[in-house]
Design a protein around this ligand. Structure first.
Ligand code: PNS
Length: 161
């Protein structure tokens, strides 16, 4: 089965990698798709985010990394894929994820959204929390791969952005 794991990935964290690794074990093909949205205040460009995911997933064989803009449902149709995977960290994620899954199904009735429950070791993690800690020069090595840690340190070298 082919699945799409979409997200902002600004940047990829160990929480995302938990889901990506488990997807790669469960599914034949995993397309990690980075949202290209100018309206979101991303600190990494789409190319940088793609590169960081690439470098962090070199050990996984059945994944592709891509980007998309516009509606996820239209992108999924173009990719000939009708299964989306999203990670659920806590009950607080549920309302937004449920709304997104129902809207997406309305737009593309064949589309299924599969929720994967995050590992409890990383369920507190988010890209925003990691960026906040990095902006104050806090320790982030246990939250992100080394390459992402280095990229965040570089981004915040001159102070908070
Ligand atoms: O990592 P994120 O920011 O939680 O990912 C959210 C994402 C990219 C999956 C979602 O914002 C999305 O699919 N955006 C594309 C626009 C779209 O299709 N919107 C309608 C669904 S509500």
């Amino acid at each position: 089965m082919k699945v799409i794991y979409p997200g902002s990935f600004d940047p990829v964290t160990n929480g995302h990698l938990d889901i990506i690794t488990r997807c790669s074990e469960k599914f034949d093909e995993v397309i990690i798709s980075v949202l290209n949205n100018n309206k979101k205040n991303s600190i990494f460009t789409v190319d940088e985010r793609i590169e960081l995911i690439k470098e962090s997933t070199l050990h996984l064989k059945n994944i592709q990394i891509d980007s998309f803009s516009g509606l996820l449902t239209e992108y999924a149709k173009r990719k000939n894929c009708s299964t989306i995977v999203r990670g659920l960290r806590a009950v607080s994620d549920f309302e937004y994820e449920m709304q997104m899954a129902l809207v997406n199904r309305k737009l593309y009735p064949q589309l299924e959204t599969i929720f994967m429950v995050s590992s409890s070791k990383v369920s507190f993690l988010s890209s925003s929390v990691v960026k906040e800690i990095a902006s104050f020069k806090g320790e982030i090595s246990c939250f992100v791969p080394e390459i992402v840690e280095a990229a965040l340190i570089e981004k915040f070298k001159g102070g908070t952005r």
